[in-house]
Design a binder for this molecule. Structure first.
Ligand code: 13P
Length: 398
């Protein structure tokens, strides 16, 4: 396993090795190959990332059979909205109590392979004084970290947005690695009703590619998440068309940035009709469109596709995932849900210590249902009415 000391010996070319016009490519598990300019003027310089083996291992561990990701990386502002929905104040103590409940649910690691944390949680302890990160590792859950700095308006576009966070990302990711994080998340969005404009798609794809390259240089396997928002009344064919364009650009720029595809994870939206479309799609239709998209655009080198839930109900997100796992796929097809794992858990807790166990049981139930869906074995029996309620919010800000 690569250690943090590798940072110091990370693959930076010496001046003497630098050749004008040459490129640096990272290829896993290959020894460094250097071609001297005098013997091969147009040859490539190929170097393995110091972390290549570890990145591949991390991505494979997160993409392990019957497991998926618990996204618990709500920013303080979003977490505040969640706490307000159960009548709690947005204090650090309340956020800590809720996240302690999540990470310490007994046996969670059977169904959950990775947990995405907000920065506060990465450095926080549980209410009984253990580091959140240590509790996760004990549960065999890989700690991850949200590294983007959120969305802001994209000047020159059709009221669209872009995702901030590249400045200082190299030093932040190095520090997060030291703190125990092994993967990262960057969520940008694409809006169908607002275009999407070519500018917004290009910006989203380029930002994701730069982020992914920087994370890999610092030992974090990047989750690449261009969320195509559910907002709109468009049909499923339009979502498919936009998703094809978005993923083509994301992979184009990731290749240009020499991102190691074996050491990334994807977090796509499922291909569904817009939330306000009159025609609804069945899980079989969602699976058919989504798998067609993935087959056309995603190389099999990518180990895991971890879907977001995006405002679907808990049960809907699980049924759709299950439908995608009815026959073997070239990648691990799984979940990285926030709302679709936490909704009933949060409501069951209601901020009351006496409800912690019941809330943890509901989290485990959702995690188990999605674990079964990852294996294509979920039946949908015995689900509560609460779990069937949609969670779409127009213009939702994460
Ligand atoms: P949802 O599953 O609530 O859409 O969350 C997505 C996300 O990006 C959280 O990390």
């Amino acid at each position: 396993m690569a250690s943090a000391s590798l940072l110091k010996s990370s693959p930076v070319l010496d001046k003497s090795e630098f050749v004008k016009g040459a490129q640096t490519l990272r290829i896993p598990s290959l020894a460094t190959i250097r071609c001297h300019p005098t013997t091969a003027p147009s040859a490539l310089i190929v170097k393995a990332s110091a972390y290549a083996d570890e990145l591949i291992k991390t991505a494979k561990t997160v993409a392990s059979p019957g497991r998926g990701i618990l996204a618990m990386d709500e920013s303080n502002a979003t977490c505040g909205k969640r706490l307000a929905s159960i009548g709690l104040e947005n204090t650090e103590a309340n956020r800590q109590a809720y996240r302690t409940l999540l990470v310490s649910a007994p046996g969670l690691g059977q169904y959950i392979s990775g947990a995405i944390l907000f920065e506060e949680t990465l450095y926080q302890s549980t209410t009984d004084g253990r580091k959140m990160v240590d509790v996760l590792v004990e549960q065999k859950i890989v700690p991850g970290i949200k590294v983007d700095k959120g969305l802001v308006p994209l000047a020159g576009s059709n009221d669209e947005s872009w995702c901030q966070g590249l400045d200082g990302l190299a030093s932040r990711t190095a520090a997060y690695y030291q703190q125990g994080a092994r993967f990262a998340k960057w969520r940008t969005v694409v809006s169908i009703p607002n275009g999407p404009s070519a500018l917004a798609v290009k910006e989203a794809a380029w930002g994701l590619a730069r982020y992914a390259a920087i994370c890999q240089d610092n030992g974090l396997a990047p989750i690449v998440e261009p969320e195509i928002l559910l907002d709109g009344d468009h049909g499923i064919d339009r979502t498919f068309e936009v998703a094809q364009k978005v993923w083509a650009e994301v992979f184009y720029y990731m290749a240009e940035n020499n991102v190691l595809f074996e050491g990334i994870l994807l977090k796509p939206s499922m291909v569904t009709p817009g939330a306000e479309c009159k025609e609804k799609a069945t899980p079989q239709q969602v699976a058919e469109y989504t798998l067609k998209l993935l087959h056309r655009r995603i190389p099999p080198a990518v180990p895991g596709i971890m879907f977001l839930s995006g405002g679907q109900s808990e049960v809907e997100a699980t049924l759709n995932l299950n439908a995608m796992n009815q026959s073997p796929n070239p990648w691990h097809v799984s979940f990285s849900y926030a709302r679709a794992l936490q909704n009933t858990c949060l409501k069951t807790w209601g901020g009351r210590p006496e409800n912690v166990k019941a809330a943890q049981d509901t989290l485990l139930l959702r995690a188990k249902s999605n674990s079964l869906a990852q294996l294509g074995k979920y039946t949908g029996e015995g689900e509560s009415e609460e779990a069937k309620k949609g969670m779409f919010v127009k213009g939702y800000v994460y």
